[in-house]
Design a protein around this ligand. Structure first.
Ligand code: FEJ
Length: 386
């Protein structure tokens, strides 16, 4: 499972049986008629798909071009994460797993995992950095109400990276009855491929919706924020083979690329292994993972999915870095122009518009990966709204 030189499964010996078992089963299951039928009907009747492709007319006037918003914020639980967790819970059940573990940063993936575990009646344990537990408290409350056990990761920087490490440790300790429900296109093969395929529903819909609404074959740009890279992978997926569609990923520059407080793994990272995958990651001189920082927990990750490392290296996609401040301003602009409060993560994709040379008749699809409810405290603190 390689994307050029990136990807693979660089995992500890003890994890190989779990990964081999998953690799052997995943394609057979997700291509089976029963899975496709159940996946489609849950996406529709439980998650609320298809999500709208909304023409943001006031924002379009502001940017003097045509801005279309793919509304993953309108799915059940409020982000694209539900697309992935519905698919993986069906796979876990097919594999006879009873105990689900996951990692989360922004808490959206944790909530989406706890949600599908309640739906399937399976035990759910979510690992979350102590810092993230504090800054995403509303999502922690939702996970608990949904019946999940939230375990604080107290090692390292006590954020997503450490939650992922602790989830992997748990999986090694309980291999047979446990399914590790990963939250993004990261980790050892087959996870990046599995999650990209599950998220590809985003561009399966947007491609058709765009054609129906404009009569044009393709948009000029598709823009999405990149934490691990799953909403971007899903947004790009069905456009990858069409080079006339320019693909733009927006990552978190935090306080700035040279500030030392950033999560811009594409801009600042080098090739290395993180969570079992060969990809770009921010590392110190002796190869230790650099602590990332972003105002948004969902992008606060020192690595990136190997697909994006490859798209960056091959030039098929371009990655821009957006600071905390730019993201906050973009969130306010969307809210004031269109009455949509986006997640801070998604606001990074919106802010990327300011770094792009879009022409008056360009069509730009921007994925709004989540809604901003979870970020209201940050918005109140940072935007001194009177
Ligand atoms: C609303 C929203 N938008 C974008 C992201 C970035 O994740 P990707 O789409 O996988 O790059 C996230 C990531 N959230 C994860 C989480 O909730 O646990 C994240 O923190 C990690 C799984 C990477 C998100 O919540």
């Amino acid at each position: 499972g390689f994307y050029g030189p990136f990807g693979g499964a660089f995992i500890p010996e003890m994890l190989i049986p779990n990964i081999e078992n998953l690799k052997k089963n995943y394609l057979k299951v997700i291509h089976s008629e029963t899975f496709k039928k159940e996946f489609k009907s849950l996406l529709q009747d439980y998650a609320g798909r298809p999500t709208p492709l909304y023409y943001a007319s006031r924002l379009s006037k502001k940017y003097n071009s045509h801005i279309w918003l793919k509304r993953e914020d309108l799915t059940h639980t409020g982000s694209h994460k539900i697309n992935n967790t519905i698919g993986q819970i069906l796979l876990a059940r097919e594999m006879g797993k009873k105990r689900i573990i996951a990692e989360t940063g922004a808490g959206q993936h944790g909530v989406a995992t706890a949600t599908v575990c309640a739906l399937a009646g399976l035990e759910c344990i979510v690992y979350m950095g102590e810092i993230d537990i504090k800054r995403q408290a509303p999502n922690v409350a939702r996970m608990k109400m949904l019946g999940a056990e939230v375990r604080a990761a107290t090692s390292g920087s006590r954020t997503l990276k450490d939650a992922t490490n602790e989830a992997i440790r748990d999986w090694i300790a309980h291999p047979t009855e446990t399914y590790y429900l990963i939250g993004s296109v990261v980790g050892p093969h087959p996870y990046p491929d599995l999650v990209a395929r599950l998220q590809s529903i985003i561009s399966e819909e947007s491609k058709q919706q765009f054609r129906e609404k404009t009569g044009n074959e393709f948009p000029d740009y598709v823009v999405a924020c990149v934490g691990g890279g799953s909403n971007a992978a899903g947004s790009f997926y069905h456009f990858l083979e069409h080079p006339q569609v320019k693909l733009i990923g927006a990552e978190a520059a935090g306080m700035g690329l040279s500030s030392g407080k950033t999560a811009a793994s594409m801009a600042l990272g080098e090739t290395g292994i993180i969570h079992g995958s060969m990809t770009y990651l921010m590392q110190t001189d002796d190869g230790q993972i650099t602590e990332p920082y972003s105002i948004s927990a969902g992008l606060d990750y020192p690595g990136v999915g190997p697909l994006h490392a490859w798209l960056n290296k091959s030039g098929r996609a371009k990655y821009l870095s957006v600071t905390d401040k730019e993201a906050l301003q973009a969130a306010l602009l969307l809210t004031r122009e269109e009455g949509i409060i986006p997640a801070l993560e998604s606001a990074h994709a919106l802010a990327a518009l300011n770094q792009m040379e879009i022409k008056p008749d360009d069509n730009v699809i921007i994925t709004i990966s989540g809604r901003g409810d979870k970020d209201m405290q940050t918005f109140m603190d940072q935007l001194n709204l009177v």
